[in-house]
Design a binder for this molecule. Structure first.
Ligand SMILES: C[S@@+](CC[C@H](N)C(=O)[O-])C[C@H]1O[C@@H](n2cnc3c(N)ncnc32)[C@H](O)[C@@H]1O
Length: 218
């Protein structure tokens, strides 16, 4: 069960009663996604063709913002995202992200939610998308990526997702120099990332969040 919350920048997020956690920062869902995944992740990468893996599709906010930024920069993106507990479409339709995006982008956002699971879909000339319905803890990777958005529920709410074993899997699936960004800079997260082999950098966070992490495969 989820309920809709309005965050400080006016954009909505969801609260999960199952995990007792919200999907984004209450200081601003949109500002958090833009800062941590687009600015610190996508815009840090210099390639004009990128493969991205997201842990936790959720509302699809990171996915639509990536589509928008990729279009602006005229780069090719293949975006894969894993989700074990998809949100029903009635709830998605009640979120107010439509107020922040254009009509064309609205159509893309709907496509991201309505398209088939476990199938690569060409959303536009430069954007290929695949939603994977699977438990990330048991997922075995068979492709390589340049960028990972690690957007699981918080480490104290769902510790298994943040294990060194999972980070080692992500490390292996990244290309050399590939990066992972995440909103949590907790000690356990930094330690587990380092155990998995990552070089971890702590960065200033968006409003309401002291620090975030960018981790790199060397
Ligand atoms: C913080 S929310 C993600 C927010 C999302 N990136 C967005 O933009 O809305 C965490 C997500 O991880 C999903 N999740 C929880 N456990 C999972 C698991 N074992 N495997 C895959 N996804 C999982 C949740 O259902 C939820 O959608």
């Amino acid at each position: 069960m989820t309920s809709i919350i309005k965050t400080d920048d006016g954009s909505n997020t969801l609260y999960s009663n199952t995990f007792n956690d919200q999907y984004h920062s209450t200081f601003g869902a949109l500002q958090e996604s833009l800062f941590i995944y687009i600015q610190t992740g996508l815009n840090y990468c210099e390639q004009n063709s990128l493969k991205i893996f997201e842990v936790g599709f959720g509302t699809g906010l990171n996915a639509i913002l990536t589509f928008i930024e990729g279009f602006k920069k005229n780069i090719n993106i293949e975006y894969h995202t894993i989700e074990l507990f998809p949100i029903n479409i009635e709830t998605i339709n009640q979120l107010n992200y439509f107020e922040f995006i254009s009509n064309d982008q609205k159509l893309v956002y709907k496509k991201l939610h309505n398209c088939k699971w476990n199938k690569k879909i060409k959303i536009s000339e430069n954007f290929t998308f695949q939603k994977i319905k699977y438990d990330f803890n048991n997922y075995i990777f068979n492709e390589k990526y340049d960028l990972i958005y690690f957007d699981a529920f918080a480490p104290d709410k769902q510790p298994s997702m943040w294990s060194d074993k999972n980070f080692a899997k992500l490390y292996d699936t990244l290309n050399n120099k590939g990066i992972l960004t995440t909103y949590s800079s907790k000690g356990i997260v930094k330690n587990n990332l380092r155990k998995a082999g990552f070089k971890v950098t702590r960065l200033d966070g968006p409003k309401g969040k002291r620090h975030i992490l960018r981790a790199q495969k060397l």
